[in-house]
Design a protein around this ligand. Sequence first.
Ligand code: ADP
Ligand code: DAR
Length: 371
Amino acid sequence: MAKAKCYKCEEKCGKGKISLEELQKLEMAYKAFLRTDSKSLVKKYLTRDVFDRLKYKRTTFGSTLLDCVQSGFENPDSNIGIYAADPSAYVVFADIFNPIIQDYHIGFKKSDHHPATDWGSLDKIGNLDPKGQYVVSTRVRCGRSIEGYPFNPSLTESQYWDIENKMISVLNGLEGELKGTYYPLNGMTKETQEKLIEDHFLFKEGDRFLQAANACRYWPVGRGIYHNQTKTFLVWVNEEDHIRIISLQPGGDLGAVYKRFVSGVADIEKKVKVIKSDRLGYLNFCPTNLGTAIRASVHIKIPKLASNMTRLNEIADRYHLQVRGTAGEHTEAKGGVYDISNKRRLGLTEAEAIQEMYNGIVEIIKLEKSS
Ligand code: ADP
Ligand code: DAR
């Protein structure tokens, strides 16, 4: 398969066509999907007109429209329902990605451009819950994709090994508080894996949305986790994205978590060239993880507000926050612990995304106190 000459200007690099067999498979899958009661953004925006405009296209990585939407077709309960099978898909299939991006990132239009990276003043962010009454733990993460590689569905087995080996050498160079060890999933005992997942350090296995997106091939080859001694700085390799950089700790000190996160991202980006688009910022597999690709979250106990989830979600919407279960998306809260995070990652700076989350969580705690 020809490599994309330039994902930034895919339209000028030309696009392949798809075979009659691929077209018939795509048409049948689309017709079956239209009969579902899916509430996903793909269902909302992949109209017959848009579908007909995109169905013949193929990126220079070889990805077709079906490669991008098959997860949403097979999982009608998807929220979004689409992934970019490779970086150029955001350009080749712009007619479906742009309306979904504008909807999810609350108004980022196709004519908009993501702002330059701005971490802000690291001393400005404080503790969300100094008395430790509500926030169980605080986490900041971002996705990053390495230049020269496609996304999961197009990665070869040797590319998984390449990315992992590249990241092992980068991570082994981290020093001070970030110093730690890389643990490949290949060879990790089930007990260790399950304990790391249970403690919210390691990614889950067998995510049906990623499986349907062809993002779990050759598993567990090339997949693993790095963490420092105190497990407050983690890096996931080749789960949903090539790299997930994570800072977290018990309690509500978002300032401390953010400072550690920014330091880790800076050290890693000194040694790895990541994919950044002029218009969409950092590019990753899922269109929810563009721009800053930052998700800042708390595990929080708010029993009064959580007794009325419709009202809690209305409040979250007002502050551009997203409410999830304890183990993340598509999960339920356990022990009354909710994962609440910023929804927008694109069209605002890193500092603004963190501030938006901080302001929203402070308001939620105020409302819980006054309920
Ligand atoms: P996604 O790609 O769906 O946004 P993440 O990369 O953010 O998912 O990782 C989700 C996982 O991170 C969850 O399964 C959960 O275990 C963990 N997590 C999220 N927020 C927190 C938090 N504040 N404290 C501890 N763990 C968290
Ligand atoms: N499960 C998919 C992805 C939604 C966004 N979360 C990610 N990328 N982890 C869905 O469409 O629901």
